[in-house]
Write a protein that binds this ligand. Structure first.
Ligand code: TRP
Ligand code: ZN
Length: 887
């Protein structure tokens, strides 16, 4: 093993903790060079412990221990042991207090875990295992304690000091310092601890809960951002009302605080009563944030709020159960966003994310179950599988139970497990107990990794007026898992007649039709259903609403796809048919291109697009989704060996061909959907902008000076960031004089706004023009760029390596070397972010031999560094391991 800490942790080794902590009193003294933390823990032996020795072992990393007392008696050096990761006290009583004093250095903390500085602020991030960088503790989620926190600091530099719960005391000290105390009445695991200190202002509001309690709502930001909190605040109030109406969940403290910070590893964190957010998910003003930023804020604010019940009141027993809180909370935030905006479009966006990223993860060397069996570094398991597939697994249970029983089941879950640290199994048991259903086979969705493939055969028998559907499922092998058992798959179907009407569905063994939409339940590897009483051959609408996270293989004809695209009564399936048709067209073109044939535009797709564009009454949001071609990575996933160049060439060619054939229509769409002032973020306005900007982007493929002018005019005149960014990203892909003018003007205007500059970095990193890598390297020296800021790393390095597929995979290997360079540098600053970047290359086996060799060499280079973190080690070593099935 190259890294000394690279030890694998297994679910099967879970043991209850030997000691419990009832109460924690923290005193945190913030000073210029260092911070002093005194912790007083009220500890007792766990009656459920299996230990024989009376030995207490606390977690602690990067701490300097100054003093230790047991029941207020100082312990001599012989009475305890300290090493790099723990503090052990071999002889402890059944019940005692342990007081430790440590010194930590938040100023030097660049990994953004534990207590760190972001600009002029102090803030914390404790999930998953950051609290052990603040003080010695039992850093595991099944140890729940009541926390009180006292913070002292300079009054002028840190006028605001926050922690979990309610403020119970504030006082001035000598030497210009002050002290604030907070008390959280709810027991919680330490990963939910938070504190913040700095010069912050807040926007305040008030929410009256369903039982009539008043909650003080506050969003804390740096003073220059106080005018960008309105949308976050209104999102929060909507989320609070929604959780009361949909789940009967009321907020439980008198105050709810959100703090926005610029340096943050992920999106946001649900710390009890004191959420800490990446400023990207709080700050918005029409001229600085796009529609999708607004939607992201609404979703993430809701997500963290919903965690108060699904995560905080009921938490995870251990980190293998992460999806207990994340899968469920993502499902809840998805449903909330559907209710706030367009349900059909939200479902499409979520499924697109799942297919593009989660299916890819499931088919690669990092594949793992929703409830993983093992990990080296838990931070590497905050994945699309745990979050997004986890949400699908909850969604399937909600659909299997139906709304009434699902609500009964979640009520039972909240009632049975409030205040506990539980497992995904406990969750499923609530679903079973409330519904009387047996979900034992369903549980395989938590333990088996990989994406099931569902092959469908259909046969219409005229004489019998019957229609037979045969389903065969199999799931490919994944690392460590072979020969999987069949899944319990809920499959929603309808059958359409030639006019697009839904037909009555009656299975052969049924006395009468049971309606037109059905949730079939598959449980065997090979299974058939026969529908009777059909006097014409129907067109099947399968897997409606994407009722299960599977790959459906149904050999639809082009005509069937075009029919479904126009007529299916399920908006998701209308979109899905359009994508299938476009994908088929593109893959045929790729084959032609590889065979050296001249490319020809398939009339089917043109017709389908033309029809869609001419439909005056079409839902514009859905239409925009339909008109988007599948991305290069999606197409690559369909090929035996990804042909980077062919895919890129063909997709660009098709965009150009469609634009030139549909020029007039696209121009009309552009003109008819002109921007309306003032800017509004209702779903209808969002859809108009989306469609108009999509039309513009197609038109920009034509390389006509007139259109360049049109685009630049939109860039200059728009009153909102959505239209500005749409124009700028089209220009960034176009070699025209307006390009540099726009980029320079944008930079000049927004140099002082970090979140807006992220967009400026990202459009350049994603440019299809040649020379982009050199440009990215140069931009790393820009004054607004910093490797210490994760948002900047994601905008420039992340976007280039993961979105600009053909530039990153350039055959000279320059993209791979660049990524490895960045991983090596970043790993010393922030291993979590370095590991996220390393992951981009994890599916290297999907490429041709030459690229494989180049990527392999870069993995070797990263692994040869002696001080590599376990975060990066885990990704790099697992990527190189023999894959069970990486296709
Ligand atoms: N629990 C957080 C959420 O999903 C995410 C989270 C996990 C996180 N680990 C983190 C956020 C580390 C920031 C840093 O809402
Ligand atoms: Zn979450």
């Amino acid at each position: 093993m190259r890294t000394k800490n690279a030890k694998t942790i297994h679910l099967k080794d879970y043991r209850p903790p030997d000691y419990l902590i009832d109460e924690v009193e923290l005193v945190i003294n913030l000073q210029d060079e260092s911070t002093h933390v005194t912790s007083r823990l009220h500890i007792r032996k766990n009656p459920a412990s299996e230990a024989i020795k009376p030995e207490l072992k606390l977690d602690g990393e990067a701490l300097q221990l100054q003093n230790i007392e047991l029941d207020d008696q100082p312990l001599g050096k012989e009475a305890y042991q300290v090493d790099e990761r723990s503090l052990t006290v071999p002889n402890v009583p059944e019940r005692f207090t342990l007081t430790t004093q440590v010194v930590i250095y938040p100023q030097q903390n660049t990994n953004l875990e534990g207590l760190y500085r972001s600009g002029g602020l102090y803030c914390t991030q404790c999930e998953a295992e950051g609290f052990r960088r603040i003080t010695y503790y039992l850093d595991r989620p099944d140890v729940m304690a009541r926390f009180s926190t006292t913070i002292t600091a300079s009054q002028t530099d840190y006028p605001v000091m926050l922690a979990n719960g309610n403020c119970v005391d504030e006082r001035e000290l000598e030497d210009g310092r002050h002290q604030v105390s907070w008390k959280d009445p709810f027991p919680k695991p330490c990963y939910l601890f938070a504190m913040v200190a700095g010069n912050l202002q807040f926007q305040q509001d008030c929410y009256t809960t369903c039982s009539g309690r008043e909650v003080d709502l506050r969003i804390y930001v740096e003073p220059e951002n106080i005018d960008k909190c309105g949308h976050a605040m209104s999102s929060l109030k909507k989320a609070m009302a929604w959780d009361e109406a949909q789940y009967g969940r009321e907020y439980d403290l008198d105050i709810y605080m959100i703090v926005a910070v610029n340096d943050f590893n992920m999106g946001a964190m649900e710390n009890k009563g004191l959420n800490i957010f990446n400023s990207k998910y709080v700050l918005a003003r029409a001229d600085t944030a796009t529609d999708s930023d607004y939607q992201g804020i609404e979703g993430v604010i809701a997500h963290e709020y919903f965690h108060n019940w699904t995560g905080n009141r009921i938490t995870c027993r251990d980190w293998f159960q992460l999806s207990l809180k994340e899968g469920l909370t993502v499902f809840r935030d998805q449903e909330f966003s559907s209710d706030m905006g367009s349900r059909g479009v939200k479902r499409i966006e979520d499924v697109r994310l799942l297919r593009n990223h989660q299916f890819a993860e499931d088919a690669g060397p990092m594949a793992h179950p929703v409830r993983p069996d093992s990990y080296i570094e838990i931070n590497n398991f905050y994945t699309v599988t745990v979050y997004e597939k986890g949400a699908e697994v909850v969604r399937m249970q909600a659909n299997l139970l139906g709304p009434g029983l699902f609500r009964k089941a979640t009520d039972l879950y909240f009632q049975r497990h409030d205040g506990e640290a539980v497992t995904t199994d406990d969750f499923v048991r609530c679903m079973e107990d409330a519904s009387g259903r047996d979900l034992s086979q369903f549980r395989l969705w938590y333990s088996q990794s990989g994406t099931p493939v569902l092959e469908v055969e259909a046969e219409y028998k005229v004489q019998q007026s019957s229609y037979r559907l045969r389903f065969r499922q199999h799931c490919p092998d994944t690392p460590g898992q072979q020969n999987k058992k069949p899944f319990h798959i809920p499959l929603e179907i309808a059958l359409l007649n030639s006019e697009g009407r839904e037909l009555q569905l009656q299975l052969r063994n049924e006395a009468e039709p049971q309606g037109t939409r059905r949730l079939l339940e598959l449980s065997e590897a090979d299974q058939q259903f026969t529908i009777v009483g059909l006097d014409e051959k129907p067109v099947p609408s399968l897997l409606r609403g994407f009722s299960a996270p599977v790959k459906l293989r149904y050999p639809a004809t082009d005509e069937e796809l075009m029919f479904l695209m126009a007529r299916d009564t399920d908006p998701f399936n209308r979109w899905d048919a359009s994508q299938a048709l476009a994908q088929r067209t593109l893959l045929n073109l790729v084959a032609d291109y590889r065979a050296g044939k001249t490319l020809e535009l398939a009339e089917g797709l043109v017709k389908a697009f033309e029809t869609a564009l001419s439909n005056e009454t079409a839902d514009k949001a859905l239409l925009s989704e339909v008109l988007q071609l599948p991305g290069e990575s999606t197409l690559g996933d369909q090929m035996e060996v990804v042909d980077v160049e062919a895919i890129h060439h063909v997709r660009e060619w098709l965009r150009h061909a469609l634009a030139s054939r549909l020029r007039q229509r696209l121009l009309a769409v552009y003109q008819q959907n002109g921007s309306q002032s003032p800017y509004d973020i209702d779903p209808v306005s969002i859809a108009r902008r989306r469609l108009r900007n999509l039309a513009l982007d197609y038109l920009m493929q034509l390389h006509e000076p007139e259109i360049h002018k049109l685009c630049f005019e939109q860039f200059e005149k728009a009153d909102n960031m959505t239209d500005v960014m749409a124009a700028l990203s089209s220009l960034a892909n176009t070699d025209c004089p307006e390009r540099d003018l726009a980029l320079a003007a944008f930079e000049k205007q927004w140099i002082g706004e970090p979140l807006v500059m992220d967009k400026w970095f990202a459009v350049q990193a994603n440019s299809r023009l040649p020379g982009t890598l050199q440009r990215v390297r140069a931009l790393m020296n820009h004054a607004a760029f910093s490797l210490r800021n994760p948002n900047k790393v994601r905008s420039l390095i992340g976007v280039f390596c993961s979105m600009n597929i053909s530039a990153f995979h350039k055959i000279d290997g320059s993209g791979y070397a660049f990524l490895a360079d960045q991983v090596i540098t970043l790993d010393r600053l922030n291993p979590q972010i370095a590991a996220r970047m390393m992951r981009i290359m994890s599916r290297w086996r999907r490429y041709d031999d030459q690229r494989q060799a180049l990527m392999h060499a870069q993995f070797e280079r990263v692994l040869s560094h002696s001080e590599i973190s376990k975060d990066v080690y885990e990704i790099a070593s697992k990527s190189l391991a023999e894959a069970a099935d990486d296709q």
